[in-house]
Design a protein around this ligand. Structure first.
Ligand code: COA
Length: 169
């Protein structure tokens, strides 16, 4: 069930503290389906993270419930002239709030922003092959698998594939 008390909006620098709490909880899960982080993010880290999306060709959305951040999705455009129509995304939703349609709302919001930019026509995402929730969400929002980095990621002593997906328009 989609929770409409959760607002999908652009991140602001004042979100740094709440984003650090969100990211800290996500990193503490130590999911085998995404890259690990050694130390919990600080508010300062998250301020720099938010500021990293201030460029014209970048966009950071958060899912906010009051002062709390329960999800995020960010797009960063590539810098090289031949790649400027494309960029890469990352996203996540707080564990207690998953399977409530928030990831879908975040991705749809990011896609709508990107599609409104006449310079953009491609969104890329790379995902561990074992990350079924993320792969399913991406496929649901029109991403297609384009490539496989074979045995590219080590998870628990095993080498697994990393998939590159993209959505073009
Ligand atoms: C991937 C993630 C963002 C999905 O967010 P979410 O808010 O739970 O997703 P939604 O509730 O919007 O689900 C939308 C669709 O995604 C897919 N999906 C989500 N969770 C799933 C799961 N556990 N298993 C299979 N499919 C899943 C389904 O297609 C779902 O549609 P449906 O509800 O009609 O079946 C969330 O699981 C997450 O934060 N995972 C950890 C971080 C991560 O892996 N990020 C991506 C790194 S590239």
């Amino acid at each position: 069930m989609s929770d409409r008390s959760i607002d999908i909006r652009e991140a602001v620098t004042g979100d740094a503290k709440a984003l650090a709490e969100y990211a800290g909880a996500l990193f503490a899960e130590r999911l085998t389906t995404m890259f690990l982080h050694d130390s919990p993010p600080t508010q300062e880290d998250q301020l720099r993270f938010i500021e990293g999306f201030e460029a014209e060709n970048a966009h950071l959305l958060v899912a906010a419930r009051g002062d709390e951040i329960v999800g995020m999705a960010g797009f960063k455009g590539h810098g090289r002239p031949q790649l400027r129509h494309a960029g890469i995304i990352g996203f996540g939703v707080a564990q207690p709030c998953r399977r409530q349609g928030i990831g879908l709302r975040l991705l749809n919001g990011l896609i709508a922003w990107a599609e409104a930019d006449p310079l953009l026509s491609r969104i890329e995402c790379d995902v561990f092959a074992i990350n079924t929730p993320a792969l399913s969400l991406l496929e649901k929002t029109g991403f297609e698998r384009e490539g496989t980095m074979r045995r590219a990621i080590e998870v628990g002593g095993e080498k697994i594939d990393n998939y590159l997906l993209a959505r073009i328009w």
